[in-house]
Design a protein around this ligand. Structure first.
Ligand SMILES: [Fe+2]
Length: 220
């Protein structure tokens, strides 16, 4: 995926990485992640996924150009990363009261007209039985919070290894497929799909509009 990006003409201003940076619980894996991503030479917003080890991840992702569950104002937009992980062996997600309060307070303290939220877990069911047992348990609470805050236009997440893009009460709910293997959409049980790795381009317009495009990395 990085080779595809580097060899193309399209250039991003920021990178958003919605968790599960590693899978083997080692500091070396985060070092490898850092080495791979550093050549992009731009700010990279990271949030943890259920496979991440927060303490190890912070050692890499709290150091520029990476940032960890941070916020940034970019033109008319506020971008904020939230930690939706329960921790331990629990693959599911939950936004605790402190994280929801941080979300509300950060948006309240910003004059940005539009807000993009980045988290690991899907705030709404994907229609896939096994994945929906490990989604964001308080997705309704999160969406109600986002609605009451106002200005939240888009929530992007990973975790589900498949594409998803629907509006929910005026908020675009967007999943980006994995940069590795994909899961089969709509499956009751764990099942891999044969789709290739992918990344998503997102253009945030000054008027709050959102243009997005998936880039599938086919071998050819
Ligand atoms: Fe995950």
């Amino acid at each position: 995926m990085l080779d595809h990006y580097q060899s193309g003409d399209w250039r991003a201003d920021r990178v958003v990485i919605t968790g599960d940076l590693i899978q083997d619980d080692t500091a070396e894996a985060y070092d490898r992640f850092r080495e791979l991503l550093l050549p992009l030479n731009m700010r990279m917003h990271c949030v943890p996924g259920n496979h991440d080890i927060r303490d190890l991840m912070r050692k890499v992702c709290c150091v520029p150009p990476f940032s960890y569950c941070a916020y940034e104002e970019i033109g008319d937009w506020l971008l904020i990363g939230l930690d939706s992980c329960v921790g331990g062996d629990d693959a599911g997600g939950l936004l605790g009261p402190e994280e929801l309060e941080r979300f509300s307070a950060t948006v309240a303290g910003s004059s940005a007209k539009h807000v993009m939220v980045c988290l690991h877990h899907p705030p709404i069911p994907m229609g896939s039985t096994w994945l929906d047992t490990v989604g964001l348990r308080n997705g309704d609470e999160f969406l109600q919070c986002a609605q009451s805050i106002g200005r939240v236009r888009i929530a992007v997440f990973g975790h589900v290894h498949q594409a998803y893009d629907k509006a929910h009460d005026g908020i675009r709910i967007i999943a980006t497929p994995s940069t590795c293997r994909q899961f089969k959409p709509g499956s009751d049980d764990f099942a891999l799909d044969d789709q290739p790795p992918a990344y998503r381009r997102i253009a945030l317009q000054a008027d709050g509009g959102i243009d997005t495009e998936l880039v599938w990395i086919d071998d050819d």
